[in-house]
Design a protein around this ligand. Structure first.
Ligand code: DQA
Length: 145
């Protein structure tokens, strides 16, 4: 089985961007931890980051065709704006877990609404980068059932 991990805009700056909110670990750290866990469970994993909405949408379209079972997505700011990413995910048949590093509900009110949550099978917020690992664990477990 195969899982796609998608990171939205500004997450390439993880580790240096507002570390008081997003922590000190880099995106490479996150992806390495995910890769380790996925490989140990016998899963293929692809991790992608883009600052461009259309690139994220294209990656979701590719996932429809290449046998991807599940998507872990942190859409970052597009969470709160992107009907287009929601529509792309609605065209994907597998499991979708939405991850936010910070607790978006504790922050500005514009971060309280997520278009992506209309599609997500699960939503994790506020666990730091551990949220990605919990998301992956849930996907591996759900697939075994
Ligand atoms: C975020 C929360 C979003 O509101 C924000 O725009 C981000 C990151 C998070 O991981 O906590 O860029 O998705």
């Amino acid at each position: 089985p195969r899982v796609l991990v998608l990171h939205g805009p500004n997450l390439n700056l993880l580790g240096t961007r507002q570390p008081e909110i997003y922590g000190a670990e880099t995106l490479d750290d996150v992806n390495s931890l995910l890769r380790e866990k996925a490989v140990a469970a016998g899963w293929d994993i692809e991790c992608q980051q883009s600052n461009h909405e259309g690139v994220l949408i294209d990656a979701i379209h590719d996932a429809r065709l290449d046998g991807t079972q599940a998507i872990i997505i942190n859409p970052a700011a597009y969470t709160h704006t992107s009907v287009a990413i929601l529509d792309a995910l609605n065209a994907f048949d597998g499991r979708v877990i939405e991850v936010h590093i910070s607790n978006v509900h504790k922050r500005e009110s514009f971060r309280h609404h997520s278009y992506i949550s209309l599609r997500a099978d699960g939503v994790i917020a506020g666990l730091g980068i551990q949220g990605y690992l919990v998301a992956l664990e849930s996907i591996i477990k759900a697939y075994k059932k």
